[in-house]
Write a protein of this length. Structure first.
Length: 572
């Protein structure tokens, strides 16, 4: 009580300074309703509300008791798909009685995370009549990827949305060509960032958003991006900012030229692509296809040229002096990267072979927040690349095909500084100590089981992970007995969410569920998620089975969900 009283006597400026070091959910749970002065200060501070990393009891209290009280001042809200049943199924919940637009009348931005399958479309039925809501930000979502599903998203909130963004780890939409009589458009959409996977055409996307001003698109399999497929598509006359990332196909200069011809007002162009067409990396020829309206250009082009090394050097020397281009060669001299300086990409997929040839400093990496290092790599390659990236928030290294331990191949000391890194995805088997050490704010780790076991065997790495990791996801689990549950339970005291991905459909996870429930019965784990197969009898009545085997009261101890892929258990 004395500590609370001391806190209450601090000036508002000091209180708000303290709040900067706490998460929004922690602020609301700890300080709201202590007195009217604190309530006023907190309400003004919490225009953006993210309730992640709370325990189940804390989360339930904040969402059902506090959020409705401050909803009128919330401008941005993060909603996880796994919360839906908790917030909307309880009879006494205000969320089950009132439309969301009445609870959040000033909501401008809605951030949705963790939605799966058709769940997102069903949730969007609740997103209606928000007069201020214009931005939808969708993260870590694996939802229905059909053309019809995309239309539901673009038309959400009574066609009032202006900006829709899918982050890198979300669904790739499958678009098909559309007959004129069936064409539907959403002239309300002005900004769109998304991934598409299609064997048809970009034309369908262009038709959907005729008034788009900012379009960032990742294209995975576009086998026919040609004049023929775009010839009947109207131009995007309002488009000012266009970014294309497409690394899994080879682009020709003709294809790029024709797409740009549909953008008569473009001012900013970003191309992050692969090519085997020597004309794409020939400066004089490339400049000829650029629109006269262009003001700003950023290029990151991976190329393979079927020419001699000397001819490749000649081609790359043709760029004009006003577009500064740097070449990062592969040892073959026909394979490499050409990029502008600066190269202001928000996210980047970079091949490991450029590690030793990257220029000093971070002039072309200064804005990158999402980085994936691809192709065959070793720890020294990774470190050489990462020394140039100081702003990244999400890092992915390795390949799921890598099953061999990869260690450093260089004694060169490299000091890494990754203060903004929050999420680290590790595919394959890597030593991660130096990366974790450099990431003082890391709290989310997604890691291959073999790599995780190797980290636990190293005392220094294990101690760092214990201090920092709040959300742990272990992948590539082949056998249940290989999971070090005992070590995780005893040593990872800061853990709030645990995910385990059992890959074999023939391995049943019944015993694994019971083991996790037993080990974390008296700890602060908020939830655990297990991907795998249940035996038939258990899947028919999962909640009752858990109660019978654990002597638990479902209302007081846990909340369980099962969607045929994942079992999700929330501790209460």
């Amino acid at each position: 009580m004395e500590k609370v009283s001391t806190f209450e006597t601090l000036p508002d400026e000091m209180i708000l300074h303290v709040c900067q070091y706490l998460r929004g959910g922690e602020i609301l749970h700890s300080f709201f309703n202590l007195n009217s002065r604190l309530n006023s200060a907190i309400t003004d501070f919490c225009h953006h509300v993210n309730l992640k990393n709370l325990t189940y009891k804390q989360f339930k209290f904040v969402t059902l008791q506090i959020v409705p009280q401050i909803g009128g001042s919330i401008r941005s809200f993060v909603f996880n798909g796994r919360w839906e049943s908790i917030m909307f199924t309880q009879q006494s919940s205000i969320f089950s009685r009132l439309k969301l637009c009445f609870i959040f009348p000033q909501l401008h931005t809605l951030i949705l995370t963790g939605f799966v399958d058709a769940q997102l479309n069903l949730f969007l039925d609740k997103i209606t009549d928000f007069f201020q809501l214009v931005k939808l930000d969708i993260r870590s979502a694996q939802v229905c990827n059909s053309y019809d599903s995309l239309k539901v998203i673009l038309g959400a909130n009574n066609n009032r949305l202006k900006s829709v963004l899918f982050e890198d780890d979300s669904t790739q939409f499958i678009l098909t060509s559309t007959r004129d009589e069936e064409a539907v458009s959403y002239p309300n959409i002005e900004e769109l960032t998304m991934s598409i996977k299609t064997d048809k055409t970009l034309g369908s996307l262009f038709i959907l958003v005729p008034n788009i001003t900012r379009l960032h698109v990742d294209v995975d399999e576009l086998s026919s991006a040609s004049k023929r497929t775009l010839e009947n598509v109207p131009s995007l006359v309002h488009l000012k900012d266009f970014q294309l990332r497409s690394l899994d196909m080879q682009w020709s200069l003709d294809e790029i030229a024709y797409i740009l011809s549909k953008m008569p007002s473009i001012q900013r162009l970003v191309l992050d692509i692969s090519t085997q067409d020597k004309h794409v990396v020939h400066g004089e020829k490339f400049i000829q296809v650029l629109p006269s309206t262009l003001i700003e250009i950023h290029l990151f082009i991976m190329y393979y040229l079927s020419t001699s090394g000397s001819e490749t050097d000649t081609i790359l020397s043709t760029w004009p002096s006003y577009i500064r281009v740097i070449r990062l060669p592969h040892e073959s001299n026909r394979y490499g990267v050409i990029h502008t300086v600066p190269c202001d990409l928000f996210s980047m997929f970079i091949p490991a072979y450029v590690a030793s040839s990257m220029m000093a400093g971070s002039k072309y990496t200064r804005k990158v927040q999402y980085l994936k290092i691809c192709d065959k790599q070793c720890s020294s390659d990774i470190n050489l690349i990462l020394q140039h990236f100081h702003q990244i928030r999400t890092l992915t290294i390795g390949s799921s095909y890598n099953s061999q331990k990869i260690t450093s191949q260089s004694n060169q000391p490299i000091v890494l500084h990754l203060p903004h890194l929050k999420r680290f995805n590790v595919n394959g088997i890597y030593e991660i100590f130096h990366l974790v050490e450099a990431a003082s704010n890391l709290d989310y780790l997604k890691i291959d089981l073999n790599s995780f076991n190797m980290a636990l065997d190293d005392i220094s790495t294990c101690e760092l992970l214990q201090k920092r990791i709040v959300n742990l996801e272990i992948t590539n689990i082949q056998e249940i007995d290989s999971i070090p549950l005992g070590i995780i339970s005893r040593q990872f005291s800061n853990l709030r969410d645990l995910s385990l991905c059992v890959e074999k459909s023939t391995v049943f996870i019944d015993s694994l569920i019971l083991a996790v429930l037993s080990m974390w019965k008296d700890k602060n784990l908020r939830s655990f998620h297990i991907k795998g197969s249940l035996t038939y009898d258990v899947s028919k009545n999962l909640s009752q089975w858990l109660i019978n085997y654990n002597n638990l009261d479902s209302e007081d101890s846990f909340h369980v969900e099962y969607d045929s892929k994942w079992i999700v258990v929330w501790y209460q």
